[in-house]
Ligand binder design. Sequence first.
Ligand code: ATP
Ligand code: MG
Length: 422
Amino acid sequence: MINIPKGTKDVLPGEVYRWHHVENVAREVAEAYAFREIRTPVFEHTELFSRGVGDTTDIVNKEMYTFLDKGNRSVTLRPEGTAGVARAFIGNGLSGGAMPFKAYYLISAFRYERPQAGRLREFHQFGAELYGAAGPYADAEIISLADRFLRNLGLKKVRLQINSIGCKSCRAEYNRALKEYFSPRLGEMCEDCNARFEKNPMRMIDCKNENCKKITEGAPRMLDYLCSDCAAHFDAVKSLLKEADIPFEINPSIVRGLDYYSRTVFEFASEAAGAQGTVLGGGRYDSLLEQMGEKPVPAVGFAAGIERLLMVMEAEQAQIKAPCGVDFYFAGMDGASRDRAFMLAEKLRGEGASCEVDLMDRSLKAQFKYADKIGARFVVVIGESELKEGAAEVKEMKTSSSARVKFDELAQYYEKRRNQDV
Ligand code: ATP
Ligand code: MG
């Protein structure tokens, strides 16, 4: 058999309810903040990401799935969701429509990374984007949405860390200070940091290399260089979070891996998971559209990794209720009763009940065993005498109690019992 590609995973029928749960909570919470879903293509022109995400980022430099299509166009499987939404926002003329524009997405994303726990080559994200609002309320609303999403998933050990990385003008001064600090130490730093030094020194702050990390500890902090507007914005965001009872810590070393961020940046990470504990990251990206050659529109957003969320939920033992599964299993004993079972199942399916009939020609005993295995709530037994009587023997598996139910009253029986807890 051909193997599954490295860094990808199947989600099997027996576990998909966990995904549905996370997706349902995501939709519910996003809709509560009046965000609507947006769906964009899985692949885009490569240029969208090299310009939008930024060509000093790891994502663009090392991780993109890029190929030439048959028409010799360079296309890339989306490594994240923000650039595609930005393209859709402009391309569909939404930037000229009602503001704010609020959208959320549930997508697969692709990055050529070294696979490990919580790091895949195809992974999934829930993200939200808010365009048109420059003020601190928008930042607070996005962070609140993210926080509520994680809390509604039952996560208790996830902590919010925030920082401000300023705007173009205050960052220019900060970059000068960084260059001054790093310049005599460059010889001891990694190759990537040497490249970042030229292009985007702030990116050196979140280098994962142990030696670089040590050197970075004594580096100047962006927070000390914020201009008065950026400082006021950050203060306002912090006080809104306090008012909303959303606990946070300030972490000056969060700069985020993407070039388009400005001012507020944030991450939610779990103490219950190791190195891949960051489940959600986001921030303000007022310069993204400008970077893409468009008129700037202020924006703020986040993205959460679904595989990592599921991992952290398991580590925190956040419960997800498994669905009850099959409502009725129809057990027929001979040809005529099997025919009747098939027809009755068809009818109940029309009423919305989940029904299974024996497709394997099993004995009655084996049918009961199977019904038990799939967690069927009721087994409907039909044999010669039931056919004659026009009524089935309905056995509730958990309680072992039985009832005689007329064939044409099965739908009513289902209606009556469907919302009763077992
Ligand atoms: P990391 O620092 O862990 O590489 P990142 O900064 O590259 O994360 P983002 O681009 O901010 O990640 O993506 C948002 C979220 O998507 C992350 O917080 C994480 O939960 C998830 N994510 C990112 N890359 C992967 C991956 N390769 N596999 C699984 N989940 C991922
Ligand atoms: Mg990464």
